[in-house]
Design a protein around this ligand. Structure first.
Ligand code: PEP
Length: 251
């Protein structure tokens, strides 16, 4: 059985105090929920403060990125041992903003994924097509390429710790959402790729999140799709009520 994961990517938003307040409100709202897991991803500088609030709660935390290297002479970067030091469970890797704004390739995402797994972190690896790629019928090809490249060379045991997030780039921060059918189709395709490379068991146990303008009003329908195992939420995760409203969409 796949426990849905509702993950909030706070991106480069909020002050330290606002992060602490939001984390408190999320932890209070999640309470002892057992039908889903929640995780938040504050700006790296504020993860420690948020961890202080979330310790002992049902809400996990992580960072929005890390490098594969280090520790060492990598000015300005953060690495897996630092995340562990802060009690992180998860790390988001290969988010489309990292890919498009900072030139992250599948190869880089793959290195990071391996480093995260080697350290005992659970990577949430993002894949997703651009609008032009969807419009020209290339969605399957792009997803297959990102899956093969970003998740190359993982053992079955390693892959078992990976969460995949399907985030169509055209739906991130735009207010446009994939229809539940569009999301379901890509998620089912990803599950097939896992079965082809590994086996049915791994395919059936891997969590595949949907991300792209998820909000309380569309969450329930997206989350009710058989192959959608949670949501990676950007904008709507900045308000506790909206994040919790999305979580309430988990049946
Ligand atoms: C995201 O950045 O991962 C995301 C899905 O953003 P939004 O929910 O704002 O579209």
């Amino acid at each position: 059985m796949r426990i849905p994961l509702i993950a909030g990517n706070w991106k480069m938003n909020l002050t330290r105090a606002e992060c602490v307040d939001l984390a408190k409100a999320v932890a209070d709202g999640v309470g002892n929920a057992t039908n889903y897991e929640a995780a938040v991803f504050p700006p790296s500088l504020y993860v420690d403060a948020v961890a202080g609030v979330l310790k002992g709660s049902k809400v996990a935390w992580g960072t929005q990125n890390m490098v594969a290297e280090g520790p060492g002479a990598f000015t300005g970067e953060i690495c897996a041992p630092m995340l562990l030091d802060l009690g992180c469970t998860y790390v988001i890797l290969g988010h489309s903003e990292r890919r498009t704004l900072y030139g992250e390739t599948d190869e880089i995402v793959n290195k990071k994924t391996k480093a995260a797994l080697a350290a005992g972190l659970k990577p949430i690896v993002c894949v997703g097509e651009l609008l032009a790629e969807r419009q020209s019928g290339k969605t399957d090809e792009i997803i297959r390429k990102q899956f093969s490249g970003s998740l190359a060379g993982l053992s079955e045991a390693e892959f078992g710790k990976v969460v995949i997030a399907y985030e169509p780039v055209w739906a991130i921060g735009t207010g446009l959402t994939a229809t539940p059918q569009q999301a379901e189709e890509v998620h089912a395709g990803l599950r097939k790729l896992i079965a082809e490379r590994y086996n049915d068991t791994l395919s059936q146990t891997t969590r595949i999140l949907y991300g792209g303008s998820v909000k309380p009003s569309n969450a329930a329908e997206l989350l009710s799709q058989p192959n959608v195992d949670g949501a990676l939420v950007g904008g709507a995760s900045l308000k506790a009520a909206d994040f919790l409203g999305i979580a309430a969409g988990v049946k």
